[in-house]
Ligand binder design. Sequence first.
Ligand code: PMP
Length: 395
Amino acid sequence: MTGNQEYAQRWQGSLMNNYGTPRLPLVRGEGLKVWDADGKQYLDFVGGIATNALGHAHPAIVEAVSKQIASLGHISNFFMAEPTVALAERLLQLFGRDGRVFFCNSGAEANEAAFKIGRLTGRTHVVATEGGFHGRTMGALAMTGQPGKREPFLPLPGDVTHVPFGDAQALAAAVTEETALVIIEPIQGELGVVVPPAGYLKAARAITAASGALLVLDEVQTGVGRTGHWFEYQAHEGVLPDVVTLAKQLGGGLPLGATVAFGRAAELLQPGHHGTTFGGNPVACAAGLAVLDTIANDGLLENVKRQSEKLRDGIEALGHPLIDYVRGAGLLLGIVLTEPHAAKVQQAAQDAGFLVNAPAPDVVRLMPPLNLGDDEVEALLQALPGILDRANGDG
Ligand code: PMP
């Protein structure tokens, strides 16, 4: 039995099968490279589903986390530690606004807190988008617009209306004086990197402002540099959200989420309303600070834009019959296929030593670390024609 086979047997006997797919056992990572239990090397263009902002085992994260855990590890919510305050201050600086941060451990939790903030307005109605993804806990799931994920758990916390994503008219029709909040992802990541039409976020801001509803932007997937901006909404003129939720790349691989609220939204959660034991723990926050420092010091926002353009142009220039076009922003890219062969591309890529992801039957998603290098982009572009041929049954 090989190392991979041995792992397969073990996980099937011990882990819940949440994702329904055979899992590749990975035993080590360094930068973009990861190795499986058979010693095979891959380039990881999934980046832990956008969590590994700096790749695997980045020295800045290793050092920050090691130093922190060696001095002051987890403390209870009744105390405070330097990295937690420093990370909140740094985030507010990047937003360029006064506000307050609630730290938690995941994207779902960040959205749960936003859901509660909405209830504290005294209104209950929520408007969310079809195809949207906000997490698997019950409040986050109530806002998630994917029927297959919702149905086994009905009834979910009520009073949520789902409207087509990117349709400002539908949004305007759904939002009333009873609406507590509207939650939108600037780009829908989970159903295949869906980009709304220009002006959509600005319209959403105007609609919510007019009705007194809070505008919550779920930047769990798009935030913290992923799209070449600190936060994707900053690329859209005239959009100042009331709440932004973050997770994924914020912790650089450690579990860290944040709900950042501005203006009156920042005052709604009062002592006793909400909390979580590990939220804001100094070790995860030290990792978060290392992520933000490295993005700033190494010019990674620029790198994201540069590598994004090279990937986009390079992939489209292949002129492969299986490729329609590339969409997305920064290093959150969807390769839209002409046939529903994304799962086959994922497998062919894995065989060829590249990890990619298939969020929709006809979309292959790339979300590599923000410090992706020229050679790595080149390696994927070189290998892609062969991978696509094999997925197309021509290889
Ligand atoms: N919101 C968005 C936009 C996401 O992409 C995800 C995760 N894919 C979540 C929320 C949930 O995050 P988590 O898995 O950390 O709970």
